[in-house]
Design a protein around this ligand. Sequence first.
Ligand code: BEZ
Length: 353
Amino acid sequence: MIKKPLKFMLVSCLFALLFVLAACGNSNTTNETDAKTDNKSAVSATSSDEDIPKKKFKLAHITSTDHMWHKAAEKFNEELKARSDGKMELEIYPASQLGTEADMAQQVEAGSIDFAFITAAFLSTRTPEMAAWFAPYMFENLQEASDASHTDIAREILGEIEGTGLKGLDYLFAGQRTMVLKSKEVKKASDLAGLKMRVTPSPPLQKFYKDAGAAPEGLPLPEVYSALQTGVIDGMDMDLDATITNKYSEVAKYVAVTNHMVWPSIVVANEGMFDGLSENAQKIIIDSLQATIAYAVETRTGQEEEFKKELASQGVTVYELGADVFKEQIEAFDAEYSAKSALIKQFINEFRK
Ligand code: BEZ
């Protein structure tokens, strides 16, 4: 027979033991739950969250806020915000606010600008393979040129920028090039003889006009209006969009819709900044750009006829001028530039019909 106090002590010990065991069991469950929670947060951080910086990137370009490239910059911003849950966005500096293309390239290199749209024409002074894009009358229209920009050879040319402090992310096109003339109609190549034609400072453009007998003048975009107004130049190489948005119809009588060259810009980034981003963040930027580029090609293609009509309504004589007029210049370009670089030769062979 167990005495009452002893019985009480035994029962108390049993309860204490049960309590300790239960507590141990509980603590194991809690640790497992903690571990599961930690794991879950680790997975979400690597897939979509903590590796995307909260950042306002600076993007600069040289066209006015009515031009397609500014609309493309705004679209890029929208896409970036939507795809990063508002973490990544752009502060856009249009219309040469941060200087000429040469100034912008330097600032992207130095990291004071994160992104810029810089014409392939300007970049051909630093990356000569870019000249491939300026083989005259190589592409019928913007869509063809844009399709070409997705090919291996075009990507190889884009890759040539690497190592210069800039990273070439993709091609963004404006409309094809036309000739805007102050007071003289150009209907055949020899009509260009002696004309001071403004081009973006770029060797392949200069070659085309020189071969046609013109005197090409390399002038950055912001200087063009007053140069034409004051007669420093007789005409310019330009796209219809920029002709309208920069109001060149106020100082030019004729627009020859030659469509003799396509007009890609390169979306460049500061190399160190871009390479330092997580894969996730880089992918969001690239995907946002691709959506932007598709939007720009589609929108701009649909505006071609409207732009010609708009210029005509402003009193400009608008007329078409085809490749047959510039046969000699096309052959001379292909021969000279194919000999300069194997990549350019391959590009011309692939796309010249
Ligand atoms: C130009 O320099 O002619 C130019 C540059 C960017 C967009 C349009 C035109």
